[in-house]
Design a protein around this ligand. Structure first.
Ligand SMILES: [Zn+2]
Length: 221
């Protein structure tokens, strides 16, 4: 028979999730977890990273809306010169070496001293090895959550506000910069399954996979 322990574990997990949502709704301080981070859609994750860098006294600006021209955030010094660039990826799979190489290539091309890569997931060993000894800082979900939870209360409140005041889980269309809508595939191999479509369909045919709860699937594409 299904053990009592199992039933209890299910009950506890269920309540833990409900608590997380209750806290968000009840205006209490949000306890940031890796699961919460992973449930944030790509555009809001960029905003979150930018706000986080600003709280850390960086003069940070978002430079592109998705579509991946490369840099997501530029950080300038007191003289308005870019001294660091940051890429933010709301991915579920670990970031491999390729995007890290690309970031490093942009830094070299534009003579930028420092590169940051922030993700809702982790980094492959190749990626870590490549960054080792270079002016690249890789921030994974664990480090990000720790850093957020250690912020002073007013900094935390700003990030909590981003979650509270936005529909943080519904993805943004990379082409149109509007929230997507959930649709059901009528034909094809995914018939019957839900997907995110653009409100501007058929003008915009961008679609995205629906994430399992608290599991970010690939973004941007
Ligand atoms: Zn669109």
């Amino acid at each position: 028979m299904p053990s009592l322990r199992q039933a209890l574990a299910t009950y506890i997990n269920h309540n833990a999730e409900a608590d997380e949502l209750d806290n968000i709704q009840a205006n209490k301080e949000i306890v940031w977890t890796e699961n919460l981070l992973k449930s944030i859609e790509w555009k809001l994750f960029e905003d979150l990273c930018m706000e986080f860098l600003r709280i850390k006294n960086c003069d940070a600006k978002v430079t592109s809306t998705g579509a991946d021209g490369g840099i997501d955030i530029k950080i300038t010094d007191r003289n308005g010169i870019v001294f660091a660039i940051a890429q933010c990826k709301a991915w579920s799979k670990p970031v491999g070496v390729k995007p890290i190489r690309e970031l490093y290539g942009i830094m070299a091309g534009e003579r930028i001293k420092l590169g940051l890569f922030l993700t809702t997931s982790g980094f492959s060993e190749d990626a870590r090895n490549f960054a080792d000894g270079k002016s690249l800082i890789l921030i994974d979900s664990r480090e990000m959550v720790e850093a957020i939870n250690q912020l002073a209360p007013n900094g935390r409140a700003k990030l909590d506000g981003l979650i509270r005041q936005n529909d943080y889980q519904t993805p943004t269309c990379v082409n149109c910069n509007t929230k997507m809508v959930k649709r059901t595939a009528k034909t094809g191999p995914n018939a019957g399954n839900g997907f995110w479509g653009c409100v501007n369909f058929p003008r915009c045919k961008n679609t995205m996979k629906v994430r399992k709860q608290f599991d970010a699937s690939s973004t941007h594409q």
